[in-house]
Design a binder for this molecule. Structure first.
Ligand SMILES: NC(=O)NC1=NC(=O)NC1=O
Length: 243
């Protein structure tokens, strides 16, 4: 039995539920999904400032997950906030949804497009493409120009905008696959794949399967080199609980 912690780095309980649903939809029968979010922090992550705040919440959840004996962790925000810091802290594998979705797309198509939320988050996706080495695989990036939490307002407007942008990307980009650039879009992937006739990839599901595979192969995060345990220091004030 594997217990995989899926961390929504923002504090939206509705989005945590959406993300948990997407994770459970693909999890193996012997995998239990523990969908969590920080108790304090930022309600949605839409820029560098939000990512910095969210990263602390990710580290708190990693620490809690370790104490609960989880086999591995998913960081379910498309900016992969705190990913390398989380890997220093974690024993098991830690996979971010952007990284997972991009890797998956390159296994299915020679070029992919990304459809995300606000235009100001496009640069974050571009930075990740460079960091992970996928810049030359990404044909185009699109933003629906709606805030992250519009995906949870029940109107269906954001979901329809995602659908329209995916149709446009298929028509214009020459991409063979599309990556959904927000954890809150996770439950849209299967229906869009069906409708568009090409892989529309949700990073939550991709990351859950990658963590399952890494655990099944007997791998945890390397503790040799820069991802070794954090150096022992006394953390003070608001960070004492991370000691
Ligand atoms: N590009 C994004 O929309 N990133 C995200 N912000 C969140 O709060 N969750 C995401 O996945």
């Amino acid at each position: 039995m594997s217990l995989i912690q899926v961390i929504n780095p923002n504090t939206s309980l509705a989005m945590t539920e959406t993300i948990g649903q997407a994770a459970r939809a693909v999890a193996a029968p012997d995998t239990e999904i523990l969908a969590v979010c920080p108790t304090h922090g930022v309600p949605s992550i839409e820029g560098h400032f939000d990512e910095a705040i969210a990263a602390i919440g990710v580290l708190e959840q990693i620490k809690l997950g370790k104490a609960q004996g989880v086999s591995g962790h998913v960081i379910a925000c498309f900016g992969d906030p705190g990913l390398l810091a989380a890997r220093e802290l974690a024993s098991g594998p830690v996979v971010g949804i952007a990284e997972a979705a991009m890797h998956t797309a390159t296994l299915l198509a020679t070029r992919f497009s990304i459809v995300t939320t606000l235009p100001r988050t496009l640069v974050i996706a571009r930075h990740l493409l460079q960091q992970y080495g996928f810049s030359h695989h990404c044909a185009a990036l699109h933003a629906i120009d709606l805030p992250v939490l519009a995906l949870e307002d029940g109107s269906g407007l954001a979901q329809e905008k995602v659908r329209q942008r995916c149709i446009q990307a298929k028509r214009e980009d020459g991409s063979g696959a599309i990556v959904l650039g927000c954890g809150g879009m996770a439950t849209l992937a299967a229906s869009l794949t069906q409708e568009l006739g090409l892989p529309v990839i949700d990073g939550v599901g991709a990351a859950v399967k990658m963590v399952e595979s890494l655990v099944a192969l007997g791998f945890g995060t390397s503790k040799y080199g820069d991802l070794a345990w954090p150096l022992q220091k006394h953390l003070s004030g608001a960070f004492q609980h991370l000691n």
